[in-house]
Design a binder for this molecule. Structure first.
Ligand code: 4NP
Length: 165
């Protein structure tokens, strides 16, 4: 059985990448692909290792039916580039930080999450990034969820051809 493994990556691993992980797990479950698409998340920084997701992220996610409470922050390691087929970053700074620790032959595994928003979804006006909500208000966490929902739907569609047994 073919599988694809994905690690979502942000700076702290307490706001955006756990949100992407929670949304993706939910959508993958609905698509009956939980055994085929393996999901994790990590941060490029080390400040929040071992911590649960930011309470604002947990609250906003739980109102949409995504449960983030069991997740814990961790920092990306060199071995993650071997373990995962795709490392999906939230913003360009995350990509730059990943490139610093990524073996040259694994660089093409690094992508931006917003690349996967379907072209027919005109809401984001070509936005490349999931903007960091940490220093902003509650609306930032809602936008992160909106973007993750749009992009993860497109990501599942993009992965389906790779899963054909
Ligand atoms: P995240 O958000 O990268 O989406 O998890 C942040 C979390 C923590 C910090 C910055 C962004 N921080 O500066 O501690």
């Amino acid at each position: 059985m073919k599988t694809v493994s994905i690690c979502f990556v942000c700076l702290g691993n307490i706001c955006r990448s756990p949100t992407a992980e929670g949304v993706m797990r939910h959508l993958v479950g609905e698509a009956k692909l939980a055994e085929r698409i393996l999901i994790d998340s990590a941060g490029t920084g080390d400040w929040h290792i071992g911590q649960p997701p930011d309470e604002r992220a947990q609250f906003a996610a739980s109102r949409r039916g995504y449960e983030l409470a069991a997740l814990r922050g961790r920092q990306i390691t060199a071995s993650d580039f071997e373990r995962f087929d795709l490392l999906i970053a939230m913003d360009d700074k995350n990509v730059a930080a990943l490139c610093e620790v990524c073996p040259a032959e694994q660089r093409d595994k690094i992508r931006l999450l917003m690349e996967f928003v379907p072209a027919t979804d005109g809401r984001w006006d070509g936005a490349r990034e999931i903007v960091d909500p940490y220093f902003g208000g509650a609306e930032g966490f809602e936008q992160v969820l909106d973007q993750c929902e749009a992009a993860c739907g497109g990501l599942i569609a993009a992965l389906r051809p790779q899963l054909v047994a």
